[in-house]
Design a protein around this ligand. Sequence first.
Ligand code: MV4
Length: 495
Amino acid sequence: MARLTKLLVANRGEIALRIIRSARLFGLKTVAVYSAADAKSAHVGAADEAIAIGPAEAAKSYLDIAAIIAAAKQSGADAIHPGYGFLSERPEFARAAADAQIVFVGPRPEVMAALGDKVAARRIAVAAGVPVVPGIETAEISAARAFAALAGYPILVKAAAGGGGRGMRIVAEAAQLESALEAAAREATAAFGDGRIFIEKYLAHPRHIEIQVLGDEHGALVALGERDCSIQRRYQKIIEESPAPGLSAEMRAKMIDAALKLARAAHYTNAGTTEFLVEGDNFYFLEVNARLQVEHPVTEMRFGCDLVCEQLRIASGGKVSEPAAPRGAAIECRINAEDPEHNFRPATGTVLHLSVPGGPGVRFDSHMTRGAEVTPWYDGLLGKLICYGPTREEARGRLVNALGEFALLGVTNNAAYLRDIVASEQFRDARLSTHFIDQFFPEWKITNDEIDAAIVAAAITAGDVQAENAAPKANTERRSPWDSLNNFELWGSRR
Ligand code: MV4
């Protein structure tokens, strides 16, 4: 068993903090890496040491394999955790770590490479007896026509190197087929340097349900239930929950069995997720995410486990723990720096005020603090609010409350939008599908009664901070807090 001592976290933001916390619990020293834009970021202060790896551009910092391996060597780290995004699913990175005698916290590079190729992953699924959407592995026009005629339109053209919705094209009728195949191949070549495409029957109204698995190097594999991630916008998940509402015990058992068969066939180790589309009583393999996922906390809340500790145990050659029986329900929502009133355009700024919700079953995974800067360089995830409850309704009630208590001023964000969704009857009734947002919340405006006490209180302090910053001269006479509201931009932007 490789005894690890020091972990380099090759990531930033909330997930870097999340990993540092568990690494410390696991008894490891921690090394943060950071770009020039993140010198004052929370993960830098949280780690035992921190190493600058380059300029703000991700390509020259968090995506620079050589710079990160050099930082690991310099600090004497014997393991690297990639987090999610960035280099987390790049086999070259896992390979470079291994070549430098550093343990990569994730599956083996060959496994990652096989699963990263959606056509190869689909073949592994078929060979393992896991259902896939009827499809064909070719872009050859006559074979494609024959398949589409048999399966029926619409069909979906996908890129082998794609995933997460990139490089997909829905084809509604035969007349569009040829040009769609050409365009998809061209796009895939431009985006991924790999023009291979495949075709599937298009499922019109699916749910997205995924199974969490853990595998160790001794051949043990366990599943930790499912997550329903149907609520997404432009392929970005925004609300995730476990268990999947209405999923029968029989379907769950079948999906878990399929995920484990697939993981076994792929020689999967460490934490991974098998994504499925679910329509009625049928489920179909979509892809494997060979990493820890953003939404892993909902699984942790139900199973009372720490998936990052499990990952570290597996990476040290230890055995996966047999999961406890899951309890209750957990729902997560992603608080993003974006403006839901203006087509969700990305927002930036300085956090002037932060009210973090609390209470039983409430968890906030975030790197935000007052004064934190949100820059345009990386994704806009400000934090994840996760609520647990004995039942879905209790978890949902807590999440509505928690979103009400939450206030982050200075950076426009989607918290009030999320609260409206979680409080809605459509969400209460779990009318879940990948079209949920388009169906029920395509556009949105804040209403005046949502500008509530928490926001007003926050605005007062934020206004004070702004005023202090603008006029740093000593002033012993306290003004009325209401004065500071006058030029506070919240009111201009929200009314
Ligand atoms: C599909 C599909 C319908 N039919 N495949 C989107 C992300 C990529 N990983 C696969 N995706 C889809 N594949 C067939 N044959 C619908 C989607 C899809 C989707 C899947 C999961 C979560 C959100 C989604 C949003 C739109 C489309």
